[in-house]
Design a binder for this molecule. Structure first.
Ligand code: FAD
Ligand code: ZN
Length: 226
């Protein structure tokens, strides 16, 4: 299809279930003719901390460090660190961003959160009056694909898993103007049978076959909290 996909992947072990989900996505999307780039965050030893090392050269205000202001100013003068510039280039080129990770404390792993904190800089991903539908990363899609420790039944009892998606999908992606596809959740791969695991992997591969026909979700409070 000629589409460009960036998969931001946060698992330490290639043999993990997340590793298998990544492999399937790369294979299936490549087979479709997409060009696929993977940011394998642990393998890259991606720096998750938002520090002044992210700014090359002089600071805008060395007296009192403000990360948001400094990265915004650095972005405008081309003074962000090399690793951030590289990730921003991948984001800029992508039609679709897939985030593949295991759920950690009802959230994404710190290394992936650090990617969000550091890559989605003001001026690049959003700006003063350019947020949500006006965000700067227009005409892009995102998809959160993750695994859990808890079973589907447990999540049904504890409350809708959509609550967890509000900060990630709405607070980050929608804020930056990126449209959101239905999340892909593989519940409790450690607890289910080998057969069920194979089924979950097949389901992911099947979904990817018709992914480009999907409509984004209506990313409003109703989707999450109704
Ligand atoms: P793995 O253990 O790698 O995989 C499960 C099984 O699948 C393994 O036996 C593996 O060999 C097998 N497998 C891999 N590939 C294939 C294949 N191709 N075919 C068949 N089998 C295969 N869970 C929650 O629900 N909520 C939380 O808030 C939460 N917080 C956490 C916080 C921390 C700090 C940690 C460490 C875990 C937390 N968890 C939580 C659990 C976590 O989400 C799960 O452990 C994780 O999602 C499981 O995914 P995995 O890829 O690591 O599984
Ligand atoms: Zn939204």
């Amino acid at each position: 299809s000629g589409k460009k996909v960036l998969i931001v992947y946060a698992h330490q072990e290639p043999k993990s279930f997340n590793g298998s989900l990544l492999k399937i996505a790369v294979e299936e999307l490549t087979k479709q003719g997409c060009s696929v780039t993977v940011s394998d965050l642990y393998a890259m030893q991606f720096e998750p901390r938002a520090t002044r090392n992210d700014i090359v050269g002089r600071l805008h205000n060395p007296e009192a460090f403000n990360y948001g202001v400094e990265t915004w100013e650095a972005y405008k003068r081309g003074g962000l660190s090399k690793d951030l510039v590289e990730e921003q280039k991948k984001v800029q080129e992508a039609d679709l961003l897939i985030f593949q990770f295991p759920l950690f404390w009802f959230n994404m792993p710190a290394i992936l959160k650090g990617w969000m904190d550091r890559v989605l800089v003001q001026g690049f991903a959003y700006d003063l009056s350019k947020a949500y539908d006006g965000g700067l990363l227009q005409d892009k899609l995102s998809l959160f694909s993750f695994t859990t420790g808890g079973t589907k039944e447990k999540y049904a009892i504890r409350g809708d898993i959509r609550y967890l998606l509000w900060p990630m999908q709405h607070g980050i992606m929608h804020f930056c103007g990126v449209k959101v596809l239905e999340p892909h959740i593989c519940y409790a791969p450690e607890k289910v049978s080998e057969e069920k695991r194979k089924e979950m992997l097949t389901a992911w591969s099947q979904r990817l076959k018709t992914l480009w026909k999907e409509e984004p979700i209506d990313c409003s409070p109703e989707w999450y909290f109704k």
